[in-house]
Design a binder for this molecule. Structure first.
Ligand code: ATP
Length: 233
């Protein structure tokens, strides 16, 4: 269980309040208007934003004071996931050791992760030599080698076309199912949310609500969510 206990996450003068639990292995969408605090919520869970009060616990252990690298959490960002000057293999290897001192076993893990995301044999290339979809796969491979039980996605596939985005999200869902990974994913797309995330956290004006069933929420969305999702519901 991932538990946020009366947590107040800080982003400059802005705060996000969260007081809820997410069951282990759950897949949860994070939805809400632009500027409501969705990224802040994920960054707080990942340890990139401090808490003013409250705590975050994973499997009963308090992780509030842990730096991001020590948390049971991996996060994919909107952009900037890959370093342009490093090969794809080294970009993935950063997930194992930030100093890139990778022994043979670690290199094998990198290769296995690249293969799992469909990039076998492309490890020697640099990001600019890959398509947008392949770059997303490489970023996902780095998350895979980290082998963390919680995965946070902050719209990492937003720049891809709809078919490619769908394929990437399906790959994420498969990987999560294989490992029992707990997934929190910012989404602007009701179809994605229905397909992949049975529960949804609504964030509005700095308040993150507890997860609720996605189908029920989208069948009868509050006005704020309707405005945000437009006619796509
Ligand atoms: N360092 C900062 N100083 C001031 N305000 C900030 C700072 N960082 C974030 N904010 C504000 O915090 C609020 C929440 O930002 P956040 O990125 O979490 O929203 P979001 O829901 O992810 O939005 P979007 O869907 O547009 O990405 C915004 O109103 C933003 O302007």
């Amino acid at each position: 269980m991932l538990k946020l206990e009366r947590a107040v996450i800080l982003s400059g003068p802005f705060t996000v309040e969260a007081d809820f639990s997410v069951a282990e292995g759950a897949r949860v969408a994070v939805m809400g208007p632009s500027g409501a605090g969705k990224s802040t919520l994920l960054e707080g869970i990942a340890g990139f934003r401090p808490l003013r009060q409250g705590r975050i616990a994973w499997r009963g252990a308090d992780i509030t004071a842990l730096v991001p690298g020590k948390r049971p959490v991996a996060m994919l960002f909107q952009d900037g996931n890959l370093f342009a000057h490093l090969t794809i293999a080294n970009n993935v290897g950063l997930g194992i050791r930030p100093d890139l001192r990778l022994d043979r076993a670690a290199r094998a893990r990198v290769d296995a992760a690249l293969e799992r995301v469909g990039l076998a044999g492309l490890g020697a290339r640099r990001p600019a030599e890959l398509s947008g979809g392949q770059q997303s796969r490489a970023a996902l491979a780095r998350v895979l080698v980290q082998d963390r039980p919680v995965l946070l996605l902050d719209e990492p596939f937003a720049a891809l076309g709809p078919a490619l985005k769908r394929a990437m999200l399906d790959l994420v869902a498969d990987l999560c199912a294989e490992k029992g990974t707990t997934l929190l994913m910012v989404s602007h797309d009701p179809a994605d949310a229905r397909r992949l995330t049975p529960q949804t956290i609504v964030v509005d004006a700095g308040i993150a609500a507890p997860p609720q069933p996605t189908a029920e929420l989208l069948a009868n969305p509050p006005a704020m969510l309707q405005d945000y999702l437009g006619r796509e519901i």
